[in-house]
Design a protein around this ligand. Sequence first.
Ligand code: COA
Length: 336
Amino acid sequence: MSFVHAHRGVRIAGCGSSLPERRLTNADLEKMMDTSDEWIVKRTGISERRVFDRDHGPSTAKLGEQALREALADADLAPTDLDLLVVATMTADMPTPGVGPTVAAALECGNVGAMDINAACSGFVFSLNVAHEMTRSGRYQNVGVIGVDTITRFVDYSTYGRGAAILFGDAASAFIIRADADERLGLIAETMHTDGHGAKHLFIPTCAEQFYEDEYDDRKVGRVQMNGQAVFKFAVKKFPEVIEQTLEKAGLAAEDVDHYVCHQANARILEAARDRFGLAPERLTVNIDRYGNTVAASCPLVFDELKQAGRVEPGQKVMFIAFGAGLTWGASLWQL
Ligand code: COA
């Protein structure tokens, strides 16, 4: 087709984030359940997280809208310049409509194509890979990619639910990706995997039939169910594996990548990956202490902070890596 330009570059033209104002500290959690700041920091590295208010929001769509607004301003583009919007989320405010159309309408993007992708904590990385290909192909010029979740709506803040409750926070973060005349820019390599057999280790049941084995308990319905140790083992194994696989596809060595922008699930998992590849701390940024695990918003939030701090420069290589429920895991390696 004449409008397809197979060989062209793609760049990350802007980014922006949005966080709920309310802070939930470890000290707050100590008052809500049998836990301690010491236990949480030692096992996870988390000190506080942001949480939306169940009655007053901001909703998933509102957070996503604010992040996209910031990203558009950063890219110096108007909402009507977007020709595609991809939203990574597993916590849409309603089963339908999706967050994509709601955000597009709120920003008056016109009748832009807008959709949600649910790949849990891997959602942003998967969405970025998909959006990149739509842009590289020449079919789309300016694509918004949002990672947003208000996962705390599915958290049980009692001693009964404490295993998962301490981990999660709410956030949104967005990228604008644009077609660019410089062919060298964009994805160098990507990796996406799932294993539905591992779904039982991390899921949110909505009725009794969805429980595995004899695990049913009324208190668990509509709440995050997590086998922490199984997920930990999965992450510690897959994290370095997916980095190696992606480096191999790109023909690069670990030290060739300037930033490893990783899903923030547990500081210990991140530190293990750093040690494994012998990376200096500044190459693999950890911000989980302030935000906890923000699901699909996690990776872009790290990148946005790096960019705001002036640590992202043209010519660098950046690898985004995530894993999560599904089970899902993947990476996206970019030439900036
Ligand atoms: N506060 C205090 N004690 C807690 C607790 C909490 N919030 N949560 C669990 N405990 C207790 C348990 O009841 C258990 O007590 P017991 O020994 O008397 O039975 C003990 O601490 C150890 O529990 P365990 O679940 O084995 O802890 P852990 O070392 O595996 O740490 C996680 C728990 C959740 C921090 C850890 O497993 C983890 O990070 N897993 C990965 C989760 C993840 O990344 N999920 C998102 C993927 S995208």
